[in-house]
Design a protein around this ligand. Structure first.
Ligand SMILES: [Zn+2]
Length: 245
């Protein structure tokens, strides 16, 4: 499916006369997996990441772990309809087990709350780094408001792995994969390195430069990931780097 849609996306962009300088298929690229594993190990040793046995949501019939599109419910922040992990209306993150009236996509039964041991990023320990980044990057007011709402929630930790067979295996956590959003954050750096190779520039994913500027184009529902989570992750792994995003 990924290969099919990758080709479709490239074909569509070509029909629009959009030149793409670097399109990075990650499947079958050993260097990509090794870079992600190195970033993951670095995160595990960071002072903002703890191993925690914490609440998680499971389908009452199949017993499957529920997150992302497999669960929906009411946003713990705005009370509107939200998907697993993010509210597309107000942009607030959720932990799935904190959704009101949660519904599984796998069965009609109400999901059950259990627990899973996962490495979690304590975002509240990253707020100073995020704040510095937002001020330096000049983000829209709506994202500053999202950050203010997040801070008001106090202690807030997000798991960076999930039980799944979809994604890169998380070393040391059998049956779990690296959450797709941290993978994407580090994937951008890998792609910058690949772009540099095409341009004859010595850009290194593991040594991001202070002269880099990353410009994302995304809908507001992705704000938490791109504008708040990524700078927090980057600060833990690349302490020398002041990202401009
Ligand atoms: Zn919401």
């Amino acid at each position: 499916m990924a290969r099919y849609y990758a080709d479709e996306i490239c074909a569509t962009l070509a029909l629009l006369d959009c030149d793409v300088h670097s399109f990075q298929p990650t499947m079958g690229d050993d260097g990509y997996g090794e870079f992600q594993a190195a970033c993951f190990r670095s995160l595990l040793s960071s002072t903002a990441v703890d191993l925690r046995q914490s609440p998680a949501l499971f389908d009452a019939v199949t017993g499957h772990y529920l997150y992302e599109p497999d669960v929906s419910g009411l946003c713990p922040d705005c009370g509107g309809s939200a998907g697993g992990n993010i509210c597309e209306e107000c942009g607030a993150p959720n932990l799935c087990h904190d959704l009101g009236a949660a519904r599984s996509r796998q069965s009609a039964e109400a999901p059950l709350v259990g627990s899973v041991r996962r490495p979690e990023l304590a975002l509240d320990r990253c707020y100073d780094n995020i704040d510095r980044h937002l001020r330096a990057s000049g983000v829209p007011l709506r994202i500053l408001d999202l950050f203010a709402r997040l801070r008001r929630r106090g202690n807030f930790s997000v798991p960076i792995t999930h039980p799944s067979d979809w994604g890169l295996p998380a070393e040391g956590f059998p049956g779990q994969v690296i959450w797709v959003w941290p993978e994407m954050a580090f994937g951008f750096l890998y792609n910058i390195q690949a772009l540099g190779r095409l341009l004859g520039r010595d850009w290194k994913a593991e040594m991001p430069g202070n002269d880099w500027q990353i410009v994302h184009f995304f809908g507001f529902d992705n704000s938490f990931y791109h504008a708040l989570l990524y700078p927090a992750l980057y600060a833990e792994v690349f302490s020398h780097w002041t990202p401009r995003i």
